[in-house]
Each structure stands twice: as structure tokens, then as C-alpha cells.
Design a binder for this molecule. Structure first.
Ligand code: WTA
Length: 571
């Protein structure tokens, strides 16, 4: 058992509140925080933007936007006007309640105007990563029967328009667009549109967001979220992100990924907090510069990014003034204890791991400022959420037993369907009202949850169950190792053997001595049964855009199998 604790901090949600809420909290308590509680009129964008624009917050900066070419800012009032314009533009293109509007552009202010404007007029928005290629774009637009696509002149060539009969309009964001019946210019119609809009009032169970996500098999599935999700998105931004009136918040995720919508748009803005968006690609200098320029106080990012920053070395952090930071969080993949210790060293702050999924629509298991952190643990369930480890028959397991990480169904931001695929949806809920996450984990005797891997990735070697994350985490603590992906490969005697794919840090070369040293390191630091019998060095490891090592691809390489859908792989 890991006995290492990093002591709690004082956040606005203190340990007493937390314990009290775990006992007594009911989600209906949050409803009074929204204007629909009194008016009965519901639209998540009204709560995120217009409500503040119509209050004393109207001149507060809502969005700081920056990329290589642009540096702009918009107040809540300006955001209301811009999203109204976008909404009117979509109305002109005949967007009706429930229609799907897809947005396939790099990050830009216009992307945010369109995303919010479309939801204002009742559409369901599907955000797509700019890095998607033809087949991935086609699958999503086809499955969702999208009516409108907002994209750029550069990206539109990847859209097989002739195969998408349901697509009525392509809105191109760029200069000098030659219009046709189908292809229209964003600049022109946005310019012409009124900045006053009659917002569409919705039912709380109406759809607003459609995120496609890959499963272990088959095509990506469309996870549908509804306006009601705002309840949990708002509340977790307070409890976990610890957002307060004066915070400057930066979420590094692209809206093509659920973190970039739920916590890059809704979490901060439902709370009326100033939000920073840094467009463009990851670059250590730019990232630290962003924190310095905007005096970012709360920063939500991902383990891969932290590991890359860690790999660059600590001198770089000293070139920037990062003193404004007061709270750092992580999501998307296991947060290695080594990264937590790095955070303590260089920022003098704890990095707070949070666990959730596209399907959950908001955070579920988290490290709060008021909790002691056990490095390597995802923390505890948020109040109002019942999480447990269950076996394959739906029985709740006692502490320290590995099993399925499951959630009692019915939380406010839970997905409401898988688009076009009701059977797939049902598969998540086959165990007495438990949602099965597909992750394996255990809960320790203090109620902390420890991620072990995706169910299908767990390695059983000589009857010992080994979580690949445990081994990967240990490997990246070795000074020569930048990243590691660990899989089980079939073995006639042991059931499975462990194989590690490793990319080295700069300045290291792969040798058999180094291989031996690494094995010894794992053996000595973790356990003999966790030692990778086989090691293969690679320049780069296959990763999703959200930074997860794709063990599925490693397995396919290893066993000479087809790699399956690669649309979520980073280029
Ligand atoms: C993994 C991201 C370990 C997990 C918001 C989950 C994590 C999947 C963590 C969902 C974490 C997410 N520690 N693993 N803190 N957070 N995961 O849908 O396997 O892109 O099932 O949502 O990422 O990924 P998704």
C-alpha cells in the first residue's frame, strides 16, 4: 500500500463541507443557482453567457484568446453579442431544434462563437479535432446526419461532400470565400447577422453536445449530452477546479475532446469566470508564456503535457514568472506519482488528478484541494456520486480488490444516448443500475480510487495481475525514459508476459546494458513479476490526441493484427 500523503490545502470547499456533502448533498440543491429555477426557461448558453452579460459582470473579460497570429479578448457582453450573431446566422441557414451542427476548425474565437451560437438556437453541436482525416470526418458527419458544417478552406478538402447528402451548408471561416448554394462565407453572414437573438428555450433533457469517442471495437460512437448536464458541470467547477470570482482559468484541451467543451467552455463560464484559450500546438515556451501573460491562477491540463514539460527540464520554468498559479489539475490518463512530485518541485503546488469520461459528462472521482493526495490515486467520488468496484456479476467488492470501476446511474451529466445505437447504450448499464466504465481499479481502505487500466489491458502473468499503468509509471521514473507503453503478450507457460515499448529522453541511446538496467530498476522498485521480459525501443509511441498511449496499437504491432480505427491518434 502506498503510504505517501501530500497534505491537504485550504480550498473554498473545505473538508467539513466535503464530508457533510458526501452524507447529505442532493443535486437538486444546485438548481436554485440557475436562472431557469425561477423562470423555467432553459438553455445552457443563457446560463453560461447571457446571464452574466445581463448582470454587473457584463464588462468582465470572459475570453482571452491567443495564438501565433491573434491576441484578442471579449467581455461577457461581447460574447453574448457574438454568439447571438452566430445564432442568427445558423437560423438563416434553417437550423432547427435538434439539428446537428458540426464544427471542424482549429481553435479560434469564431469556433467558440459558433459552438455557443448553435446551442443557443437549439442545435446539437458536434466538435471535431482539426487533425481528423477524411474517413474520421466522414464517419461522424454521416452517423450524426449533420445539417451544417463549420470549417475552413484548408480543412474542407478532407470532407467528402458528395457522400454526405444530409449536409445542407458548409460555412467556411476564412477570407475571400467563393460562395455556391452549399458553400457559404462565415465572414459575410456573421457580419450581416443581428447581435440580438431570440434564444431557443429547451427542455433540460434536450441534446446539446455530441462527442464521438472510440471504443475498443467498432466505429467511434456518438455520446449525447443534454442541457441538464450544466448542473454537474457548474458544481464541479466550484468544488474541484475551485474557481472563484477573481480566477483566471486556463484549460489546455481542444473542444474536439470532451474536456475542451465541458471544462474549456461550460465549467468556467457557467461560473462567470475569465477563461483563457491558447490556440496552436503544444510548445513549452508558449505554454509557460501564457501562464505569465495572463497571470493564470487555475490550470487544467493532462499528464502527457506535464510529462513533456518535465522532460524539458526545470531550468525553463525559471525563465518565466509562474507565481500566479495557485491550483493545477490533470485529466485523461493516469497521473504518475513522479509527475506529482515534479509539480511540487517546480511549482510548489500539488497536481490534482481527476477521473471522468466522455460518457460521464463531468468529473466523477477527484482530488480536491481539501483532501490529502496519495500520489497515483485518482482521489474520491464527488458528493452526489456513488462509485464502487464491482465484479462481473454486479456485486460490490470490498476495499483493495481489483474490479470494474462502476457508477450508480442517474447523475446529472450522464450521457443520454449513443447516437443511432440504442443497443450500445444499453451495454453500459447491464449490472443492476451500475454504469460500467470499462476501467479497472480498486478502492483502498480510505476510500481512494486507484486506476489499474482499461479492463482489456490488465495483464495476468503467472496468476499475478499487473496493471500496465503501474509498470509504465515506474518506467518513466527512470532517468532515461520519456514515455512507456506496456502490454501483455501471450505466453504458453505464464499466460502472459509483459512487454514494454519505450521512447528515450534526448541524450540516451538504446543498448542492451540500458535494457538490463531498466529491468533491474523495475524489479527493485516495483516487483519481479512486473518486470518487462521484452523491451523494444521506439522513437515515438502511438498516442491519442488526448495523450493516452494506445496500447491497442502496440498490441497490433506486436501480434501483427490490424490496428483498427486510428482516427483519434495524434499525427
Ligand atoms: C482514462 C477524458 C486514469 C480512463 C475526460 C477513462 C483516466 C478514459 C483518468 C476516458 C485519470 C481519464 N486517471 N485514467 N485521471 N481520466 N482516464 O472519454 O481510461 O477521453 O475511461 O475522457 O480516460 O477518456 P475520455
Amino acid at each position: 500500500m502506498n503510504m505517501e500523503f501530500i497534505p491537504a490545502l485550504r480550498g473554498s470547499f473545505n473538508l467539513n463541507d466535503y464530508e457533510n456533502a458526501v452524507e447529505h448533498f442532493d443535486w437538486s440543491e444546485v438548481e436554485a443557482k440557475f436562472s431557469w429555477f425561477k423562470t423555467g426557461k432553459i438553455n445552457i448558453v443563457h446560463e453560461a453567457i447571457d446571464r452574466h452579460a445581463l448582470s454587473t459582470k457584463k464588462d468582465k473579460v470572459a475570453l482571452y484568446y491567443k495564438d501565433e497570429y491573434r491576441k484578442e479578448q471579449f467581455t461577457f457582453k461581447e460574447m453574448m453579442e457574438m454568439t447571438n450573431k452566430a445564432g442568427n446566422m445558423f437560423k438563416k441557414f434553417n437550423v432547427l431544434k435538434g439539428d446537428r451542427v458540426f464544427i471542424y476548425t482549429p481553435r479560434s474565437p469564431e469556433m467558440y462563437f459558433c459552438l455557443l451560437g448553435a446551442i443557443k438556437v437549439g442545435a446539437i453541436v458536434g466538435p471535431l479535432f482539426e487533425a481528423f482525416m477524411d474517413a474520421a470526418v466522414y464517419d461522424r458527419l454521416n452517423d450524426s446526419e449533420a445539417k451544417i458544417l463549420v470549417t475552413t478552406p484548408e480543412l474542407v478538402s478532407r470532407v467528402p461532400l458528395e457522400k454526405l447528402p444530409k449536409l445542407e451548408k458548409i460555412v467556411l471561416v476564412g477570407d475571400e470565400i467563393e460562395e455556391t448554394d452549399q458553400i457559404v462565407s462565415f465572414n459575410k453572414h456573421f457580419e450581416e447577422a443581428s447581435d440580438e437573438l431570440e434564444i431557443e428555450w429547451m427542455d433540460r433533457e434536450d441534446g446539446m453536445l455530441l462527442h464521438y469517442t472510440s471504443g475498443s471495437t467498432g466505429k467511434p460512437k456518438g455520446v449525447l449530452h443534454v442541457h441538464n448536464a450544466m448542473i454537474q458541470q457548474y458544481q464541479t467547477a466550484q468544488w474541484v477546479l475551485d474557481l472563484n470570482e477573481d480566477d483566471i482559468y486556463w484549460c489546455t484541451a481542444d473542444p474536439g475532446w470532451v474536456t475542451g467543451t465541458v471544462y474549456g467552455v461550460f465549467g468556467p463560464w457557467l461560473n462567470g469566470v475569465t477563461n483563457v484559450v491558447r490556440g496552436g500546438r503544444f510548445n513549452p515556451n508558449d505554454w509557460y508564456q501564457t501562464i505569465e501573460d495572463y497571470s493564470v491562477t487555475v490550470w487544467y491540463s493532462a499528464p502527457t503535457a506535464f510529462r513533456m514539460l518535465m522532460g524539458i527540464g526545470e531550468e525553463l520554468t525559471q525563465k518565466f514568472n509562474l507565481k500566479s498559479l495557485r491550483h493545477i489539475l490533470s485529466v485523461g490518463e493516469p497521473l504518475n506519482p513522479e509527475v506529482v512530485r515534479w509539480g511540487l518541485r517546480v511549482f510548489n503546488l500539488r497536481i490534482h488528478d481527476t477521473w471522468w469520461m466522455t460518457e460521464t459528462g463531468a468529473m466523477m472521482v477527484c482530488n480536491y484541494p481539501c483532501l490529502n493526495i496519495k500520489p497515483g490515486s485518482m482521489g474520491k467520488p464527488i458528493p452526489g456520486i456513488e462509485a464502487a468496484i464491482i465484479d462481473d456479476n454486479g456485486n460490490v467488492l470490498p476495499p483493495n480488490r481489483m474490479g470494474n470501476l462502476a457508477l450508480k446511474m442517474g447523475w446529472p451529466s450522464m450521457m443520454r444516448s449513443i447516437w443511432n445505437n440504442p443497443n450500445k447504450y444499453k451495454e453500459y448499464f447491464t449490472h443492476n443500475g451500475w454504469y460500467i466504465s470499462g476501467d479497472s481499479a480498486y478502492m483502498d481502505e480510505d476510500g481512494y480510487f486507484w486506476f489499474q487500466g482499461r479492463i482489456d489491458d490488465v495483464i495476468n502473468t503467472s496468476g499475478e495481475r499487473v496493471g500496465p499503468f503501474e509498470v509504465e509509471s515506474k518506467l518513466v521514473e527512470h532517468p532515461a525514459i520519456a514515455e512507456a507503453g506496456v502490454i501483455g503478450i501471450p505466453d504458453p507457460v505464464q499466460g502472459m508476459r509483459i512487454k514494454a515499448f519505450i521512447s528515450l529522453r534526448e541524450g540516451y541511446t538504446p543498448t542492451s546494458d540500458l535494457e538490463e538496467e531498466i529491468r533491474l530498476f523495475v524489479k527493485e522498485e516495483l516487483s519481479a513479476h512486473a518486470v518487462p521480459k521484452k523491451i523494444e525501443f521506439k522513437e515515438k509511441l502511438p498516442k491519442t490526441r488526448s495523450g493516452k498511449i494506445m496500447r491497442r496499437v502496440l498490441k497490433a504491432w506486436e501480434l501483427d493484427l490490424p490496428t483498427g480505427d486510428l482516427s483519434t491518434m495524434e499525427d
